[in-house]
Ligand binder design. Structure first.
Ligand SMILES: Nc1ncnc2c1ncn2[C@@H]1O[C@H](COP(=O)(O)OP(=O)(O)OP(=O)(O)O)[C@@H](O)[C@H]1O
Ligand SMILES: [Mg+2]
Length: 372
């Protein structure tokens, strides 16, 4: 039997349906009796919208599932949703690893901290994974589904903990300042080890206040190295564990499928459990082979403006789009041949206006089996 995932991460390129599918997987969990959380890293408001919540917070908020009575779905579990705010997560980490509340305050109130926490190479990506780790540890969810921003960015999440470990190991000053930032030109290595003379010179160059604030910042931050490093290792280990499964969401267009194949080839290189593809927005096939041939025959016997002919032509056109979808799925499968990879197909919900909890259930039903 397939191992039941505790975390599912949905990645994929822009607009293929990552947010929708993540919500639907969350729904699958809740329908199946699991205590479920859907968390989004994407600042777009779509997750909140599709779940009927006004605003997502940085902490789990229950999704009101009463609306599901309309589509006759008894919910046995529960569904929460949240958005990851990286700045709050960063602040909390500083508090956690500072040796005293006073030291934490000194860093948090240092004006340079806000600049650094925003500019820190990879900090956004790392903080997202850090928050996942924290939630996983502090709450007792059976299932956490993570919705990510478009793929190019999502790949960064996978590397973030390792990058952080490496950067810390190689010296935090290098890590703190991106080479491109103007501040790096000041040369913080010099600042920390410099003889008083150089510091004096710098003070006259950039101003006493800034130098003092920076020196203070780095000396306070020193305390945090080892805490940050071991934490990053734990986050890395969580991402690499089989309890965390990655799915690539894609859609039946040539471009989206090619990109999915490409990103799969990159993800294969990481120490993660890639569980499968979810091809979303599949058009339904309207005919089988015999029905298709018969409709074509009937069309030939009808006048150009015969309403039946027009209707049949329309359905054949829609059917040919669905056939094209099937060809693209076959192409994807031919490119990714691995017995460990699962494929799930979720249909295009025709009435866009209906993208609500009940349509999520329809998508969820197509994904049945994804949770083991
Ligand atoms: N199965 C579906 N049927 C119909 N519409 C869908 C389906 N899945 C997603 N959509 C619609 O497609 C649009 C994009 O979906 P969604 O926001 O989930 O994609 P995304 O991959 O998260 O996008 P982004 O990359 O911008 O974060 C939305 O308008 C959504 O309602
Ligand atoms: Mg999205």
């Amino acid at each position: 039997m397939k191992e039941q995932p505790e975390v599912i991460v949905c990645v994929g390129t822009g607009g293929v349906g990552k947010t929708t599918v993540s919500s639907a997987i969350g729904m699958t969990g809740a329908l199946g009796g699991k205590k479920t959380l859907v968390m989004t890293i994407d600042p777009a408001k779509r997750l909140a919208q599709s779940m009927g919540i006004k605003e997502l917070k940085n902490t789990p908020t229950p999704v009101p599932l009463k609306a599901l009575q309309q589509c006759g779905q008894p919910i046995r579990g529960s569904l929460d949703a949240m958005i990851l705010e990286t700045q709050t997560t960063f602040n909390n980490l500083i508090k956690k690893y500072s040796s005293s509340p006073q030291k934490a305050d000194a860093i948090l109130n240092n004006s340079y901290y806000h600049y650094v926490s925003g500019e820190l190479a990879g900090s956004e990506d790392y903080m997202a994974m850090e928050k996942l780790y924290e939630i996983k540890k502090d709450y007792d969810y059976d299932l956490i589904v993570v919705d990510t921003p478009p793929a190019r960015h999502a790949i960064n999440f996978l590397t973030a903990p390792n990058r952080l470990i490496q950067l810390i190991s190689s010296g935090v000053l290098k890590w703190l300042i991106r080479p491109s930032t103007s501040m790096s030109m000041i040369g913080f290595n010099i600042l920390n080890r410099a003889p008083q003379k150089i510091v004096k010179l710098l003070k006259s160059y950039v101003g006493l206040e800034i130098v003092e604030e920076l020196t203070e910042f780095f000396s306070e931050f020193n305390d945090l190295y080892s805490g940050f490093k071991s934490r990053a290792k734990e986050v890395h280990d969580l991402l690499a564990s089989p309890r965390v499964q990655f799915y690539m969401v894609t859609a039946p267009t040539r471009e989206a499928i090619e990109e999915a194949v490409y990103f799969y080839s990159i993800m294969k290189g990481y120490e993660i459990h890639f569980a499968g593809f979810i091809v979303n927005k599949i058009h339904p096939l309207l005919y089988n082979d015999a029905g298709r041939a018969q409709s074509s025959r009937i069309i030939r016997t009808l006048d150009q403006d015969d309403p039946l002919r027009i209707t049949l032509e329309q359905t054949l056109t829609m059917d040919s789009i669905a056939l094209h979808d099937q060809e693209l799925i076959a192409y994807l499968k031919s490119k990714v041949r691995s017995q460990k990879i699962a494929y799930y197909l979720s249909s295009l919900i025709m009435d866009r206006e209906l993208m609500n909890l009940c349509s999520l259930v329809t998508i969820a039903q197509a994904l049945d089996g994804i949770l083991g």
